[in-house]
Design a protein around this ligand. Sequence first.
Ligand SMILES: CC(C)(COP(=O)(O)OP(=O)(O)OC[C@H]1O[C@@H](n2cnc3c(N)ncnc32)[C@H](O)[C@@H]1OP(=O)(O)O)[C@@H](O)C(=O)NCCC(=O)NCCS
Length: 155
Amino acid sequence: MSNFEVRRAERRDLEILMEIERTQFPEPWTQGMMLDELDRTDSRRYTVCIDGEQVVGYLGVMFTDEGMHINTIGVVPGNERRGIAKTLMDECWADLVVRGVTKASLEVAVSNAPAIALYYAYGFAPVGIRKNYYQATGEDALVLVAEIPSTMAAG
Ligand SMILES: CC(C)(COP(=O)(O)OP(=O)(O)OC[C@H]1O[C@@H](n2cnc3c(N)ncnc32)[C@H](O)[C@@H]1OP(=O)(O)O)[C@@H](O)C(=O)NCCC(=O)NCCS
């Protein structure tokens, strides 16, 4: 069994978050964008998953009038399929229940099978396609939405 912990992301996590960005995403955010996201604690909720002392993954969500939007999720390369994303999503989902947030949405590249499988496991379903959504690859995005279960964390 893994011993993961989840805490709020802070500025001191910037270096590892940028490493995840650069290694896991074709269009990594800039450091400035990431800092801006971390600082906007009124509308954003960024968390990291800790294994021992190490940050091994992170999740960033944004709150809007419509509910919650997943901005980003990623794990340090080599740590896939250890349950890190699930740990982060479960912790976030429990918080959404407390906040009374009932709807979630996100965009995901149509070819990103691991992420799509993760999201489907949390009840997300496709509602549309955004053509050429990703500038670097020209790839389309699937738009997924989910209802948040009102009682307890999913998964
Ligand atoms: C997508 C990503 C965050 C998943 O993180 P992870 O920690 O490996 O996921 P978990 O181990 O918690 O898996 C949870 C569930 O997601 C699904 N899943 C995750 N990776 C999968 C894969 N490669 N193939 C099929 N299903 C997968 C499974 O349902 C899995 O449950 P299971 O292992 O009990 O079958 C990770 O692959 C990643 O960082 N990818 C690059 C960044 C990225 O694409 N982010 C999404 C942007 S929208």
